[in-house]
Write a protein that binds this ligand. Structure first.
Ligand code: HEC
Length: 145
């Protein structure tokens, strides 16, 4: 019984860093993290439909695509201010290479535009390209902590 309680407490503690941006003081940083969170969650929804874990509907696929397009279009505005926070994973390179950063955001939007939402198979086929454009931006501009 006692070990069970300790176990649960440990799990609660381990899951804490997932909500790390709760501790972010800089509002601009918090907003751009929330935008990335939205992108990640929407990608997860698409992924679940693509793999048949969640039922596929054209409507929810199209909605998810729309959410991603709006989020991609918002990257430039959310990252424009050269702000930081001890919890930020944003590299100073973003503002040193601002035009390249914006170009990566545009590439990302372009990949999303190409996503076909008419079947689970077409979602699966498009996910790889989108995932690569996340990775290509993160590689240069996100410093994992
Ligand atoms: C144009 C560049 C760019 C693209 C494209 C991009 N990201 Fe990011 N992402 C960043 C940067 C920079 C950060 C770090 C922000 C910070 O901590 O200040 C980040 C942070 C994140 C985080 C952490 C958020 C948090 O709460 O701390 C997640 C999750 C994430 N990105 C997911 C994704 C996924 C999934 C995609 C693609 C579907 C993606 N990103 C596409 C630049 C990008």
């Amino acid at each position: 019984m006692k070990t069970k309680i300790i176990c649960l407490a440990t799990i609660a503690f381990i899951t804490l860093p997932v909500f790390a941006h709760e501790g972010v003081k800089n509002d601009a940083v918090k907003q751009r993290m929330q935008l990335m969170k939205l992108i990640k969650n929407t990608m997860a929804e698409i992924g679940a439909m693509a793999r048949g874990l969640d039922p596929f509907t054209e409507e929810s696929a199209a909605n998810a695509k729309q959410t991603l397009l709006l989020a991609a279009a918002d990257i430039e505005a959310k990252f424009e201010l050269n702000e930081t926070d001890p919890l930020s994973e944003g590299s100073p390179a973003i503002w040193e290479n601002w035009e390249d950063f914006v170009e990566k955001a545009d590439d990302f939007a372009f990949m999303i535009e190409g996503l076909e939402t008419n079947s689970a198979e077409s979602l699966a086929a498009g996910l790889g390209n989108i995932g690569q454009s996340c990775g290509s931006c993160h590689k240069t501009y996100r410093v994992k902590k």
